[in-house]
Design a protein around this ligand. Structure first.
Ligand code: UDP
Length: 240
């Protein structure tokens, strides 16, 4: 059997991806599909950690635009990621995977506190680790969380799961002639303002040389394809 390209990965799943085509909340089929795909690559011997977003339930910026205090609204966003993390844990356990949720905000009754060494130990034991509550700080995103955790646990790559098959030069839903990039440099992403991830996350990846692969999560089997090295999305790295 061919060997996977990566040994330890961070899979970033946006809240939007978990909403499936409902656009809001959690779609059961999507949770099951993600869980099965994650279990599949774990069974290939890959150490898998997940960073989960919360945009399907709440975004801090929305509350702030409505006049809420930004930090208060961001804490609500971080709590939304915990709900998603628990839903994913449930789906992963139903798919037969040993899973731990590690939360950046302490809530001992529902999740372990985030401790870097403990996260690595879980991964070494073959458990799937879900990082919840973002970085634990307002004004950050879960994309930045993915970059931070990837650096901390020395993951080789961030797999950025989206509902589109990569990064385009314009919105493919609006422009039928939009072109998909095979690869991009971090600087391209920053200077062209491409919507891969926010600039804080991109800079953190650039400074620590962590490659990011943007791919379409909605096609079953795509997580395996990405870890096997198939070029099915857009690669963001030091050299485009
Ligand atoms: N958030 C935060 N700090 C973090 C991570 C997330 O304040 O370190 C809040 C922020 O309000 C954000 C919300 O949590 O809008 C949900 O996260 P995100 O928007 O990154 O989710 P996604 O777009 O991936 O679904």
């Amino acid at each position: 059997m061919e060997k996977p390209r990566y040994r330890r990965v961070v899979l970033k799943i946006s809240g939007e991806a978990l909403a499936g085509n409902q656009g809001f909340g959690l779609q059961h089929d999507m949770l099951v599909s993600v869980a099965e795909q994650v279990a599949e690559i774990r069974d290939m011997g890959i150490e898998v950690s997940l960073v989960v977003g919360g945009g399907n339930l709440w975004r801090g910026i929305t509350g702030s635009a409505q006049g809420m205090d930004r930090s208060q609204a961001d804490y609500m966003g971080m709590l939304a990621t915990v709900m998603n993390a628990l839903a994913l844990q449930d789906a992963l356990e139903k798919a037969g995977s040993d899973t731990r949720v590690l939360s950046a905000i302490e809530m001992r009754q529902v999740a372990e506190p985030y401790i870097r060494r403990r996260a690595i130990r879980h991964l070494e034991k073959g458990r799937i680790v879900i990082f919840a509550a973002g970085t634990g700080n307002p004004y950050f995103s879960t994309d930045t969380t993915a970059a931070l955790r990837a650096a901390e646990i020395e993951a080789e790559v961030i797999l950025m799961a989206k509902r589109v098959d990569g990064v385009y030069d314009s919105d493919p839903l609006v422009n039928p002639n939009a072109q998909r990039f095979e690869s991009l440099s971090y600087l391209d992403v920053l200077s062209r303002g491409l919507g891969v991830m926010d600039s804080t996350a991109t800079s953190l990846c650039m400074d620590n040389n962590i490659p990011v692969i943007v791919f379409d999560l909605t096609k079953p089997g795509n997580i395996r394809r990405v870890v096997m090295g198939e070029s099915i999305g857009t690669y963001v790295g030091r050299d485009s």
